[in-house]
Design a protein around this ligand. Structure first.
Ligand code: MSP
Length: 516
């Protein structure tokens, strides 16, 4: 049985509505998933929401509703947004589901039975307002805990701990032997340095007296699971993991088939959550090294160099942007204006600028001019004529460099290659000047040759752009009157029959007009 390409994203907290950062990550995963489907691979794309925890409990209390009701509304907002943005996932994770709870509890019970989880007492300064223990890092320059912590008291609390540090040497060796465990490289270095500093074990519980919006520990009903054993486990619970199977090889074949996954996360949750806790959790329950996931760590969208945040009031709502400028405009901007792994600055002006320049002017014009000329000069019937087109050789290079970029998850680079070819096609129109050829009956063959090459180029462009702009690709192929059932292998010269009737031109990317 062939391997499945398993791709996941972080699951989004349902304590506030989705913003452009969430949308970026999901569109990035969707584009990679679509690219692999285009290659003909079997793909399993999992995303979803993170519904438990303190933040949600607090937000629900503030809103005056029960947590279950609170997360229902926000979960729907995330789902609606992914639908609107054409994020096409195969499975949806909700951490309050029974399916998830069974896996979390099964996994915890196993680790507990194996002696990898123990109970211990913690004592220290505790902020009643923030409901957390404080460390020296939280002290101000004067050595005191600032007013933001409210009342601070000395407390003793019992909790459960996972023996994280006993796996430290394994993780160091694993990272040394797998140079591409984390992409980009500099993130792997960052993780390696953090692993060197692992000191203690991981607290995995909260007493119910303090937090009850969570999954109960299977071996102690007075406690719930705290954050990571709940959230991270979604990646296996919604991929058909069987917690009762004692070894990886005894897992259902559908599950084994899916690992290792490609996991897309933001830079803030690499250390310690995914890079340390998650990889160690998988190793601790018996995942062999070959099944440990690869982490693709993306950067953040900022606003004028600063973080987007509710309190600053600068959060960008992707749904509003899509209504205002179109889904394709939002997807194009998010994929073209950031290099995977790096940060970028979000700006609506820039979105408009890139849309107008690259889509309305460059690609939109190429499509419109080609179709209009074909209709005007040939009633839409394009014919193969003359020898090889100079565009044919360019397509070979284009497909090669596009594939290299997409395989490396460098979507912006893939789009740049396509954009370069679109520009070359527009230049080709200027050079060939079909309007002049049309006036000279002796040059009828040259006109056919030109129009056919342009239609063929657009067909290839549509296929290559389809993971990023699925609606636009559909629109181009519809106007070319070419099948919508295609694969990456169709992105080569010679796909159109030697005589082909094109459809009618319809503007695909109307310019965004601004008042200035
Ligand atoms: N629920 C946790 C993740 C648990 S994964 C087992 C979480 N949720 S989150 O809603 O805060 O963030 C979800 C994802 O969105 C993270 O990967 C995070 O890095 C990403 N982003 C949040 N803000 C972002 C930007 N401004 N820009 C890009 N991505 C951002 O963390």
């Amino acid at each position: 049985m062939s391997k499945t390409f398993f791709i996941t994203t972080a699951i989004d907290y349902t304590n506030s509505p989705p913003h452009i950062g969430h949308a970026y990550e999901k569109v990035l995963a969707d584009v990679i998933a679509r690219y692999h489907r285009l290659k003909g691979e079997s793909v399993f794309f999992l995303t979803g929401v993170d519904q438990h925890g303190q933040k949600v409990q607090q937000s629900a209390a503030k809103a005056g509703v029960a947590p279950a009701e609170f997360v229902k509304g926000l979960t729907q907002q995330f789902k609606d947004l992914w639908k609107k943005l054409d994020v096409k996932y195969d499975e949806w994770a909700e951490t309050i589901s029974l399916r998830h709870k069974k896996v979390v509890q099964g996994m915890l019970q196993r680790l507990f039975d194996e002696g990898q989880i123990y109970k211990d007492k913690q004592s220290g300064y505790y902020s009643v307002r923030q409901e957390q223990f404080l460390t020296d890092k939280e002290r101000g320059p004067d050595g005191e805990f600032g007013p933001e912590w409210g009342q601070v008291e000395f407390r003793e609390e019992e909790n459960y701990y996972f023996k994280l540090s006993r796996h430290k040497e394994w993780l160091l060796r694993y990272l040394d032997n797998h140079k591409d465990a984390v992409i980009p490289d500099f993130r792997q270095t960052e993780l390696r340095n953090a692993v060197e500093r692992i000191g203690g074990d991981l607290c995995i519980s909260r007493p119910k007296t303090r937090l009850d919006w969570g999954i109960e520990l299977p071996f102690d009903k007075d406690f719930v699971t705290y954050v990571w054993f709940d959230a991270l486990t979604n990646y296996i619970s919604f991929a058909d993991y069987d917690p009762a199977a004692s070894t990886f090889n005894l897992q259902p074949s559908a599950f084994r088939d899916r690992w290792p996954a490609l996991q897309i996360i933001g830079k803030d949750i690499l250390v310690p959550a995914h890079g340390i806790y998650w990889l160690i959790m998988l190793h601790a329950v018996g995942f062999p090294d070959e099944a440990i996931p690869q982490l693709l760590v993306h950067g953040w969208w900022n606003i004028s160099g600063t973080k987007m945040s509710k309190s600053l009031g600068n959060v960008v709502d992707p749904s509003i942007l899509a209504d205002k400028y179109s889904v394709e405009a939002v997807r194009y901007y998010l994929m073209s204006d950031i290099a995977t792994g790096r940060d970028a600055d979000f700006s609506e002006e820039r979105l408009i600028e890139r849309y107008n320049a690259d889509l309305a002017n460059n690609l939109g014009n190429l499509l419109n001019r080609t179709l209009n000329m074909a209709v005007r000069y040939r009633d839409g019937l394009v014919k193969q004529a003359g020898g090889d087109s100079p565009l044919a050789a360019q397509v070979v290079d284009l497909v090669r460099s596009y594939n290299a970029a997409m395989t490396a998850h460098e979507i912006h680079a893939g789009l740049e290659k396509i954009g370069g070819f679109v520009t070359a096609c527009n230049t080709y129109i200027e050079m060939a000047a079909p309007w002049k050829l049309a006036k000279d009956p002796a040059r009828a063959e040259a006109l056919d040759h030109t129009l056919f090459a342009l239609a063929e180029s657009l067909r290839v462009i549509a296929i290559l752009v389809s993971p990023i702009l699925p609606k636009a690709a559909h629109g181009i192929l519809y106007q070319l009157n070419w099948s919508n059932d295609y694969a990456l292998s169709d992105a080569k010269w010679g796909g159109l029959p030697s005589k082909h009737q094109l459809g009618n031109p319809v503007p695909l990317f109307p310019r965004i007009e601004t008042s200035t």
